[in-house]
Design a protein around this ligand. Structure first.
Ligand SMILES: O=C(O)c1ccc(O)c(O)c1
Ligand SMILES: [Mg+2]
Length: 598
C-alpha cells in the first residue's frame, strides 16, 4: 500500500516538508495550497523537487465553498476552479480535494449540490483531473460521509468521487461500517488522523488536536478495514492539523508519522514487521555523571552496594536485591551533568526485540563495546534514552553482567527488591510520539495520560507497562518548552516496607524531600489511619495514596543533576504512580533549594 502525508502535518517551508516526508519513507504527499502559495518555488519546480525526492503528488487541497450556491456564485467558483486545474497540471497533481461548503450562501439542496459538482467534474475532466468531495464535520449542509457519498452518487460523473477522512467520520460518531456501501473505485482518497477524545467544538478539535493514528482515542484501524473491503487501492494518507507538530522539527515528526502508519498497516494485515518482543523486567538503569561521588553517596544511603566494575569502561554496577543501577563516568557522556541515560530491558529475545525496533524506525545504536564485551542490542527512544535489550542470568543468552568484574563490597541492604518504575522526561514535542514508540516498538500498553499541576506549569504523564507490571515507564512532559530543572527523571525503587527503607535512608545520611504539614492535615481528613501511622509518614516525608485495588506509600530523595530516587511500596495491587501527590512533590522540589539543579 502506498503511503502519503499532507504537508500541513509537518513544520517548515514546503521544501523542508517534502524532504522530511521523503526521508521518512513516504511515497507521496498531499500538497496544501497555503504551502504552495508561500513557496518561492514555481509549480514546475515543486513538481521536479518531488520527482527528485521520489514523491508523487497524490492530492492538491483544499478547494472550499464550491457547491449548492446561486448560479452567479457558482459561475465564479468555476472560474476559480479553472485556475486551480491549470495549476494542478503544472504541478502534476491529478486529484483535488473539495470540502463541503461552509458558505452562508450555500443552500440545503442535494440536487443542486450534485448538479454543480457534476459540472465541476466535467471541467476537471477537461484538464485530466479528478475531484474528491469530502464532508467536513462542520460543513454547513453536508457534514457526514454518507451524505457526501449520496451527492457524489447522484452527480454520477466519472471524474467525481468521494474523499474519506477518518477524523470527520469518527469525530461525529458516524458508523464507519456504511463505508462498505461505497464502491471502492468511487473512493478517490483516504485521509487518516486520530485525535484524543475531547468534548469540544469539532472544528477546533480538528484544527488543533489531530494526531497520528494510534496516538489518540479513535479506532482508525477498524475504519481502514472497512475502506479496504471496498477494494480501495489509493494511498493511506495522513492529514494531521496539530499545534505541537506545527512547531516541532519536521524530520522526527515525519518518522513518527511513518511509524504510526506502519502500525496501522500491521493492524489491518497490510504489513508484517517482526512481532513485538515484550520486555519482562528492568535489568538496569544507567546514570551518566561527570562526578560519581554524589550519586554513589545517594545509592549507598539507599542501601545499594557497589558490587562490580566494567572490565573496560568507567562504569560501576550498584546493586540491591534485583535493582541494578549503573553509574557511568565515561567522558563522552558526561557533558550534561547527572542524568538517566540508558535502561536495560530484560528481553526474552534480545535480537528479535532489536529487529522489531529497527522495522519500526527506531534508531539502532552502534554497539559501544570493546572486543571482549557481550553483544548488546540497543535503540534510542524519542527522548534519546538508550534502551538495551538484554538478559540477566538466563541460560543460552549472553549475560550483560559478564562484562563486569566483582569488586569487594559489604553486603547491600535488604529494603529494596527491584526497580518499580522509571520516570523519563520527554522533550515537550515528543509526548505523543513517545507513547506510540513504547507501545509499538516494545509492545507495552499505554495507560491514560494524567495532568499534574506543577506550580510553574502543567505537566502531563502517561505510563506504559507490560502485562504483569514488571516493566513500568512513566513518560512525562511539561506543557510547553520550558526550563527543565524539576522536569527531572527518576528511578523508583520497590520496597516491602517504605517506613523501614525511609528510616534507613535517613540514618545513612540521606536527605528525604520534605513534605509540607498541610499535606498530612489533609490526609487525616481523607483517610483513617492507625495510631501513630500518620505521624510516621509526616516525620519521614512519606506520601500516601489509594486506588480501587490497594495502597501506595512513597517518598523521594534529593536530586542529583537531573535525577532523583523514589522509594515505593505497593500493597494490594495498587496500579498507579501516586499522581494525586505529584503537585505536592513538584512544589516541594521547587521550594527546596538543592532539590533542583545541583
Ligand atoms: O480544517 C479544514 O478546513 C480542512 C480542510 C481540508 C481537509 O481535508 C480537512 O479535513 C479539513
Ligand atoms: Mg481532510
Amino acid at each position: 500500500m502506498r503511503t502519503s502525508i499532507a504537508t500541513v502535518s509537518l513544520s517548515g517551508s514546503l521544501t523542508e516538508k517534502l524532504t522530511a516526508a521523503a526521508r521518512a519513507g513516504f511515497d507521496g504527499v498531499e500538497i496544501f495550497e497555503d504551502d504552495l502559495l508561500a513557496s518561492p518555488l514555481t509549480p514546475e519546480e515543486v513538481r521536479a523537487r518531488c520527482a527528485d525526492l521520489g514523491l508523487t503528488i497524490d492530492l492538491y487541497q483544499p478547494m472550499r465553498d464550491v457547491e449548492a450556491v446561486p448560479a452567479d456564485v457558482f459561475a465564479r467558483n468555476l472560474r476559480r476552479a479553472r485556475h486551480k486545474f491549470e495549476l494542478m497540471n503544472r504541478l502534476g497533481a491529478d486529484t483535488v480535494l473539495v470540502c463541503s461548503s461552509v458558505d452562508p450562501l450555500a443552500v440545503d439542496d442535494d440536487a443542486l449540490a450534485a448538479e454543480q459538482l457534476n459540472r465541476l467534474a466535467g471541467l476537471a475532466q477537461d484538464f485530466g483531473v479528478r475531484v474528491a468531495y469530502e464532508a467536513l464535520a462542520w460543513g454547513r449542509h453536508v457534514s457526514t460521509y454518507d451524505h457526501a457519498w449520496r451527492i457524489v452518487a447522484a452527480a454520477g460523473h466519472p471524474a467525481l468521487g468521494t474523499c474519506l477522512d477518518s477524523f470527520h467520520i469518527l469525530s461525529r460518531g458516524s458508523d464507519p461500517r456504511g463505508i462498505e456501501d461505497i464502491p471502492g473505485e468511487k473512493i478517490f482518497f483516504l485521509q487518516l488522523a486520530d485525535a484524543p477524545l475531547l468534548a469540544m467544538d469539532v472544528l477546533q478539535w480538528s484544527r488543533h488536536y489531530r494526531c497520528f493514528p494510534g496516538q489518540g482515542g479513535f479506532d482508525v484501524a477498524a475504519l481502514v478495514r472497512h475502506v479496504l473491503r471496498t477494494g480501495y487501492d489509493g494511498p493511506l494518507s495522513l492529514e494531521v492539523f496539530n499545534d505541537v507538530f506545527r512547531q516541532a522539527p519536521a524530520a522526527p515528526t515525519a518518522v513518527d508519522a511513518r511509524r504510526s502508519l506502519l502500525l496501522l498497516q500491521e493492524a489491518v494485515g497490510a504489513a508484517t514487521p517482526p512481532a513485538p518482543v515484550v520486555p519482562t523486567g528492568v535489568a538496569f538503569a544507567e546514570l551518566v555523571t561527570p562526578d560519581a561521588a554524589p550519586v554513589s553517596a545517594l545509592l549507598a544511603a539507599l542501601g545499594f552496594a557497589r558490587t562490580a566494575r566494567h572490565r573496560g569502561k568507567p562504569v560501576d554496577l550498584w546493586q540491591q536485591g534485583e535493582a541494578r543501577v549503573l553509574v557511568n563516568t565515561g567522558p563522552a557522556v558526561s557533558r550534561d551533568g547527572t542524568r538517566l541515560a540508558a535502561v536495560g530491558l530484560e528481553s526474552p529475545d534480545p535480537a528479535g526485540a532489536a529487529r522489531r525496533a529497527e522495522a519500526l524506525l527506531a534508531p539502532v545504536l552502534p554497539r559501544r563495546r570493546g572486543p571482549e564485551d557481550v553483544p548488546l542490542d540497543a535503540v534510542a527512544a524519542p527522548d534519546g534514552t538508550e534502551l538495551f535489550f538484554c538478559a540477566t542470568g538466563r541460560p543460552r543468552l549472553p549475560d550483560w553482567r559478564a562484562d563486569f568484574a566483582d569488586v569487594p563490597h559489604d553486603p547491600p541492604g535488604a529494603a529494596v527488591s527491584r526497580i518499580d518504575h522509571l520516570a523519563l522526561t520527554q522533550p515537550w514535542h515528543h509526548f505523543d510520539e513517545a507513547a506510540l514508540f513504547h507501545r509499538s516498538v516494545l509492545g507495552l500498553r499505554a495507560q491514560e495520560s494524567v495532568d499534574l499541576a506543577d506550580p510553574y506549569g502543567l505537566q502531563r504523564s502517561r505510563a506504559v507497562t507490560n502485562a504483569d507490571g514488571s516493566v513500568r515507564i512513566a513518560l512525562g512532559v511539561g506543557a510547553a518548552p520550558a526550563d527543565d530543572t524539576v522536569h527531572a527523571q527518576h528511578v523508583a525503587l520497590a520496597t516491602d516496607d517504605v517506613v523501614a527503607a525511609a528510616r534507613r535512608f535517613r540514618a545513612a545520611g540521606g536527605r528525604p524531600l520534605p513534605i509540607p504539614g498541610n499535606y498530612y492535615d489533609d490526609l487525616a481528613a481523607r483517610y483513617e489511619f492507625a495510631d501513630g501511622e500518620l505521624e510516621t509518614y509526616r516525620e519521614l516525608g512519606i506520601l500516601y495514596d489509594r486506588d480501587a485495588h490497594g495502597v501506595f506509600r512513597h517518598c523521594y530523595t534529593h536530586t542529583v543533576g537531573r535525577v532523583f530516587f523514589e522509594l515505593v511500596q505497593r500493597d494490594g495491587g495498587y496500579r498507579g504512580y501516586g499522581a494525586r501527590n505529584a503537585p505536592v512533590r513538584l512544589a516541594a522540589q521547587h521550594a527546596v533549594k538543592g532539590f533542583t539543579g545541583g
